[in-house]
Every structure is written in C-alpha cells, then in structure tokens.
Ligand binder design. Sequence first.
Ligand SMILES: [Fe+2]
Length: 289
Amino acid sequence: MLSTNKLKKIKSNFPVLVGDNVVSKNICNLLVKEISNSKAFDDMIMGGRSRINKGSKNFNLYIKNSVNSAKLFKLFNSKSFYKKIDKLFTKNFKDGSWINLYKPEFFNPKKFTIKKKLNSSELKKILGNNYTNPKVNLDIDFSVSKGGYRLRPHRDDITRLFNFLIYLTDIPKKNGGSLTIYKKKTKKNIRKSFRRFPKMDELEIIKSFTPKKGTMVLFQSTPNSYHGVNRFIEKKCPKRFFIYGSYALNKPVIWKYKDATYYPHIIYSKSKMLTSFHDVNYLTSKPGH
Ligand SMILES: [Fe+2]
C-alpha cells in the first residue's frame, strides 16, 4: 500500500525524506471518498482544517466504515512500521545527524496523545522529568482543509520523533496551502536555543512542497524542524485532503546533534492551552539548572 522505497532525502538543515506516488493515485481517490463520506469530524483548527483524530469515538467509527483508511491505519499503527521508518532515517542520514538519545523499545498501539487544554505546570507534570525508557505510539488524523487554512512556522510537540504527511489531492501552486520548511538564519547563538515559534524574520525558506496526490513528506521532529503552511485559497481547485501522522513518545524527546544535547524548557503560562500551543525552548542545559 505504501511504496516507501520512493522516499529520498532532500537538502535541508534537518532530516527530511520526500517521495511522489508513495500512495497510488487510485488509493488516494478512495481515501478522499472515505474522508468525504465521514459524517462527523472531531474538531476544526487553524482556520479551516477538519480532523478525524486517533483516539476519538468518531475515529473508531470512521475506521470501521472505511476500508482503505483502516488498512493504512493498521500499517502505520505497528511496531514494525515504526522500526522501518527509524531505519530509513538511520540509513539516509548517517554520522553527524540528529539522534534521539533514549530509544523506545515498547510500541503501544492503543495510546494516542491526549488533546486536552493544560497550563504549563500541568503540562510539566504530565511530561515529567525522567526521560529514560520511553514508549512510542502513533498519532494520526485524516484531515480536510478548506480555504483560509494556514499554519505559522513552528516545531511540533516535544514528544514527537517523526512527523509525516500524505497529500491526497493536487493543489495548484497559485492556490497556496504549500508546506514550507524553514531554517533559522545563521547567528552566533544558533546552536544554543530553538524556540517553538520563531519570528518570521529569524527564518529563511528552504523549500516549499505543493500538495500533490500521493506525495509523502516525512521528517524528524528535531528542535530546528521549523515548518508551516501558507494560506490556502480554495478557488477552482479541490479541497486540501491529507493525512497527518507522527510517532510520539510518552515523554519529551531529548535530541543530540554532534556534541550538543538539547533539553526542552516549557515556557511558563497560566492559561490553559492544547499542548500544540505551548511554547517550549530546546536548550543545551537541563531544566531547573
Ligand atoms: Fe506541525
């Protein structure tokens, strides 16, 4: 169902693999039909993205009624596929690349990242300060975006190892909705801190991917893996159907790049937000030091 042999590395400052026709056009069309036929979505975010999220009742119902989505979900939701992806990165990005310091041994197919609003101290409590022996799980959603959808440049949750996207419709370049990856402009302190939401003028565009039916983009969720989506204009084009997934740990990922080890520092906030809204800085010092 997935031609992972088509995934090739691109030139970037963090590990990214991209492949066209990783999912066949025919299967893409069937997946679009399944998402279109879904009677309910779990939430709407970022100005127009409707999601069906792993873990919801709705998701279970969707999977029950959608043969192709179920097959794909089963494939991704396994230790063997997680291992396959991990190996792809090790093979393509050898010495001197980013590594996660504590490797998960246990894959939990039932677990998913809870979408719950928390303040920073509640988030710290949930994530803990022991980073050893992590467990890994798949998070996935089947999504459709209408016009207006956009994502400002950011890095994903600190529990994530890998993120992937599969595009199910062709979007002309002029309609936007492209995934853009960024690089932090070179400054002396570049290797010292990686904020979650850098300012636009701190960033430089590396590459943009126009959504193309069957294309998969897969990247390591390293401290500097900045990405975003420019505004999608829905005009004489299909809606932006896609699958978004990640392999996440049940605790924060500690990243290593050459001799430097990066630890996440959660920024204080008393307001309750989804984990994806919390600001976190990756620094070479341990929290509390
Ligand atoms: Fe993201």
